[in-house]
Design a protein around this ligand. Sequence first.
Ligand SMILES: N=CN[C@@H](CCC(=O)O)C(=O)O
Ligand SMILES: [Zn+2]
Length: 392
Amino acid sequence: MARSQLITDIGELTTQVPGEPRLTDAALVIEGDRIAWIGSAADAPAADESVSVAGRAVLPGWVDSHTHMVFAGDRSAEFEARMAGQKYAAGGIATTVRATRAATEAELAGNLSRLRGEALRQGTTFLETKTGYGLDVASEEASARIAAAEADIVTFLGAHVVPEGIDAREYLDLVTGPMLDAVAPWVRFIDVFCERGAFDVEQSREVLEAGRRAGLGLRVHGNQLGHGGGVALAVELGAASVDHCNALTDADVDALAGSDTVATVLPACDLSTREPLAPARRLRDAGATVAIATNCNPGTSYTTSMQYCVATAVLQMHLSIEEAVWAATRGGAVALGVQDSPDAVGMLAVGGRADLQVLDAPSISHLAYRPGVPLTAAVWRAGERVPAASSW
Ligand SMILES: N=CN[C@@H](CCC(=O)O)C(=O)O
Ligand SMILES: [Zn+2]
């Protein structure tokens, strides 16, 4: 029989199970990679090992549904210029494309593994990442393969920008043809940056329809830098999510509210680009499903901290702490299509994956009440306790 671990003396247990999202004085048992039992600490069964968390809060691991972690180099000079008043534009992506193409596969894998480890130790137990800094067939294939070795879900973002030295028509033929064929074994979704300076609505439609024909799910980077047609297109095509959602018309909000497309907000990116924050409160109030993700990338959001994003969503986007934690766990799961049993993530339920984090705090409200404080006390992913960082 699989090894069992009892985690007990949980002051506050956030399960995200509908109807019973939070328990107090709770305990849970992990058997192998699954949750075997949840209930009151007083009724907890015996197990092979027992860990008392001494009144701390326990919640599902974060589901980070939007990152770009396959890259080389950094863009701190661009960041400093932005802080001095320069506006963010899609063109900065070319800097990272040059560095990524010049890097070895071992360097790209090493950087991804470093970021993945950093995220995991901060409670991110389920991670999506994208290609999008290779932008030729060989580099995108390598990016997808490297990503698949480390991330839980990989998205193909060949349509990030049109790279230097090729015209848009020729590049779209590549993305929707040989590049798509090359990455297909490694990826579950296709994505497109539908924005001025990247791809317009008709080009984006072409990319997404090719991905759908190849059996991929759809995601869109939309309405980040202005009122574009990204959100409307995502809803029309039934995309799993549309991410950024900064500049929304009432019609965009209504369309999202009446759809199954998740609106993913990226608070750290909004602050790092000095763009107006995405209207998460307005989206929730209208009835849209909202997810929160880091958008970890070297250009617009170089953080792996879901806790920082949750705190910002509460403090500046006006979500309640429960709404923000839901958006950063179950919301991410819905955005990635991994919300259903038996392998659902972003919730703690008997029979489900044992992905959880313990906070050095008595309740989830401390995530926003104590912003910037590293509150992750312990993390379990698929039933295994995540070791602390090794020293270098
Ligand atoms: N918006 C498009 N792509 C990334 C930024 C990429 C970059 O600037 O390197 C994003 O999600 O913010
Ligand atoms: Zn992105």
